[in-house]
Ligand binder design. Structure first.
Ligand SMILES: *Cc1c(COP(=O)(O)O)cnc(C)c1O
Length: 320
């Protein structure tokens, strides 16, 4: 079945070889897929999901987009940009303490005109439901975008993204991604076969553990397959690694700082403190441990997030 989609992102994103990082680590052959350059309000992986979510929102004739995330949520920033671009009111439930001075993604949320409701991390999903109900009572027509845009509809963005690999002459043995709400990984796994991708997809856990992430990705894969009529994909294809969660979600430690600096110095490429910094730290450690064959081609799929480099506390931690 053809799922409706609104073309928003700058696609296909580029795939670049990383020669100096490959040399610095002594192989395998490392490449980067630039989904940090999808074009919507500094871009990122959520833009691909939002192409499908916006189509669903339009079909429901809504006037308000509501979503949820952490204070430096890249997802929420892309929802805010989308709302501004297409003329929706935007309400974001953000977990954290309202700072005196907004920075990074939060500053961008404000520039895009989003209304922000503050919550605790434990209460934010409940708060999302409450905000949707309140908006309805006020006569608005809200569309609720789930955490991370990870629904069966949203993950279609990554089913489609896999097709871009066919445009590239080289075949990849591995794709490495940060994986958190699971939609990116589930979409990639569902789209792999149709795109002729025969390698493996490794999700580096950003929070939680292997068991939780595995089950989240598995259920999203089932829902996604059902939605678009693709044959179910075996759960054995779900590869996750929770060795790198460090201090937990959003806590940038030494491995992330080292990874951000190494990519900046060897390739002039910027990672983010929460997702790609952590996933790259995992990738670098796995390379050093000999996890990959020297001749493998490994695609590091850059999912975005770089505006958080300019947010507290990351801004201070990255000095010198
Ligand atoms: C949301 C996000 C991810 C995780 O994607 P999921 O689909 O939630 O697993 C990875 N990287 C960045 C930069 C993100 O904003």
């Amino acid at each position: 079945m053809k799922i409706p989609r609104v073309p928003i992102a700058h696609l296909p994103t580029r795939i670049e070889y990383l020669p100096r990082l490959t040399d610095a680590l002594g192989g395998p052959q490392l490449y980067c897929k630039r989904d940090d350059q999808t074009g919507l309000g500094f871009g990122g992986n959520k833009t691909r999901k939002l192409e499908f979510l916006l189509a669903e929102a339009r079909a429901q004739n809504v006037d308000t987009l509501v979503s949820v995330g952490a204070i430096q949520s890249n997802h929420c920033r892309q929802v805010a940009a989308l709302s501004a671009r297409f003329g929706y009111q935007c309400i974001l439930v953000l977990s954290g303490d309202e700072p005196a001075l907004a920075s990074g993604n939060l500053l961008l949320d404000q520039l895009f005109g989003a209304k922000i409701v503050w919550s605790t991390r434990d209460n934010r999903l409940q708060m999302l439901e409450d905000i949707v109900k309140t908006a309805q009572h006020e006569g608005r027509r809200p569309y609720k975008i789930p955490y991370g845009g990870s629904s069966a509809v949203g993950l279609m963005g990554y089913v489609e993204a896999m097709k871009e690999l066919e445009l590239f002459p080289e075949k990849f043995d591995w794709i490495v991604i940060p994986s958190s709400s699971g939609g990116t990984q589930a979409g990639m796994l569902l789209g792999a076969k149709g795109a002729g991708f025969t390698g493996k997809i490794l999700g580096i856990c950003i929070e939680g553990n292997n068991r939780e992430l595995h089950s989240t990705v598995a259920s999203l894969m089932r829902e996604g397959a059902e939605l678009c009529g693709l044959p179910p994909v075996s759960e054995d294809t779900i590869l996750v690694n929770d060795h790198y969660v460090g201090g937990g979600y959003g806590i940038m430690g030494t491995p992330e700082i080292e990874a951000i600096k190494l990519l900046a110095l060897t390739e002039g490429l910027l990672l983010d403190p929460v997702y790609t910094g952590r996933a790259a730290a995992g990738l670098i450690d796995l390379v050093r441990k000999g996890f990959f064959n020297k001749t493998d081609r490994v695609l590091f799929w850059h999912t975005g997030g770089t505006p958080a480099l300019f947010a507290e506390p990351y801004l201070s931690l990255l000095q010198h």
